[in-house]
Design a protein around this ligand. Structure first.
Ligand code: PLP
Length: 405
């Protein structure tokens, strides 16, 4: 991988903050965007902008073609059987709300059980709780071991004749743990239970094949995978999507409307009410081009090397550091605290050194509670990060820790 050539594709990485080069290590929250994705957005506004699926005129047909090509591109990227199983949403959050409301509304009733895990992002907790308030089912929460790996024995023991659904992250946005979702899905299917995967932190960092996983649903966000903001994907198996009721009503999701009876459009349009972010969607194609040109396996190997190098240095050189999440095979996310130093102080002072990290609970308050902490400092890597940046980060943590001691 020629990192300096990759970096040239990201104009923002040339920024300086407080007289120092930007070291961007907040990739879990959102990744930066290469020029070809930005160009696709500009092209969408300056050359092809017209609403999709509505016009006989040339611009509308061009815009529609770009959107539908992107759907096929996404389907091939995650190895879906058909582009009709790819629903565009605003992000992972909306994709999970869609599943919770539509599938959950259909499957979960009084006395039923839904299995989640202790390491879920709020986006995979709160939509279920909103439904729970209406339906009165029970949440079962899979605990984890000290290293941040899920307790799979506990998971297996949770299934009973009231279990209706499992929803779990593929990779944790705090611990970096990569959950064995293929095995977990097989277990759920052995009990006749469908499985929803929150793939927000997996798709940018590893090969995802929804057929190999046998996932019933798989959700992810474009902005975390070098793509535009405002676009997400919900993959769903056709047999489920066909049975599920629409999530939102409006234009584009209908076949015919009258005040007596409305019928719904075919897949995937039944789940795409209103005007989609068709410009963002077409730009997502270019983000996939970017990933595939480098190769997702090369990206993963590079990020793992950054993770190994940084973790080793932090543990060796920063007295009092605690890293949360050390499961084997974890992805390139380092959540940590140093002694009694507050995560906000560390984050603010690192910023003054040009180093962007995230601080706080990372939208995972139940996980923080189970760890007995309020928040962490989180550094996370992407394809364009370098060993020099990792070293600048370690030196920054050492310097800030010495100041805060
Ligand atoms: N799930 C996980 C594991 C995440 O890390 C995030 C965002 O950080 C989300 C869901 C929500 O993604 P979005 O805000 O793009 O909808």
């Amino acid at each position: 991988m020629d990192i300096s050539r990759i970096r040239e594709e990201f104009p923002i990485l040339g920024r300086r903050l407080y007289g120092r080069p930007l070291v961007y290590l907040d990739n879990t929250a959102t990744s930066e965007t290469p020029r070809e994705v930005v160009d696709a957005v500009v092209n969408g506004y300056t050359v092809t902008k017209a609403n999709v699926h509505r016009g006989v005129h040339t611009l509308s047909q061009e815009a529609t073609l770009l959107q539908e090509e992107a759907r096929r591109r996404v389907a091939a990227f995650i190895n879906a059987s058909s582009h009709e199983e790819v629903v565009f949403t605003r992000g992972t959050t909306e994709a999970l709300n869609l599943v919770a409301s539509s599938l959950g509304g259909m499957l979960l009733g009084e006395g039923d059980e839904l299995i989640l895990t202790v390491m879920e992002h709020h986006a995979n907790i709160v939509p279920w709780q909103l439904l729970q308030a209406l339906k009165g089912f029970r949440l079962r929460v899979v605990p984890m071991h000290e290293d941040g790996s899920l307790d799979l024995d506990a998971y297996r023991s949770m299934f009973n004749d009231r279990t209706r659904l499992v929803s779990c992250c593929h990779a944790s946005n705090v611990l970096g743990t990569v959950n064995p979702v293929k095995e977990m899905i097989a277990e759920a299917h052995a009990h006749g239970v469908p499985f929803v995967v929150d793939g927000a932190q997996a798709v940018p960092h590893m090969k995802v094949d929804v057929i190999d996983l046998d996932a019933d649903f798989y959700a992810f966000s474009a902005h975390k995978m070098y793509g535009p903001t405002g676009v997400g994907v919900l993959y769903g198996k056709r047999e489920w999507l066909e049975k599920m009721p629409p999530y939102q009503g409006g234009g584009e999701m209908i076949e015919s409307v009258s005040f007596d009876k409305t019928t719904f459009a075919e897949l995937p349009f039944k789940f795409e009410a209103g005007t989609p972010d068709f410009i963002g969607i077409s730009a997502l194609s270019k983000a996939i081009d970017f990933i595939e040109r480098i190769g997702i396996d090369n990206i993963a190997a590079h990020e793992h090397e950054l993770l190994r190098h940084t973790t080793e240095r932090l543990l060796r050189e920063v007295p009092g550091i605690r890293i949360f999440g050390q499961a084997p095979g974890k992805c390139a996310i380092i959540s940590f605290l140093v002694g009694n130093e507050h995560h906000y102080d560390m984050g603010m002072l690192l910023d003054k050194l040009g180093i962007a990290v995230r601080t706080g609970h990372h939208c995972a308050q139940p996980l923080m509670r189970s760890l007995g902490i309020e928040g962490t400092v989180r550094a996370s890597f992407a394809a364009y990060n370098t060993i020099e940046e990792a070293d600048a980060f370690v030196e920054g943590v050492k310097r800030v820790s010495a100041m805060l001691e």
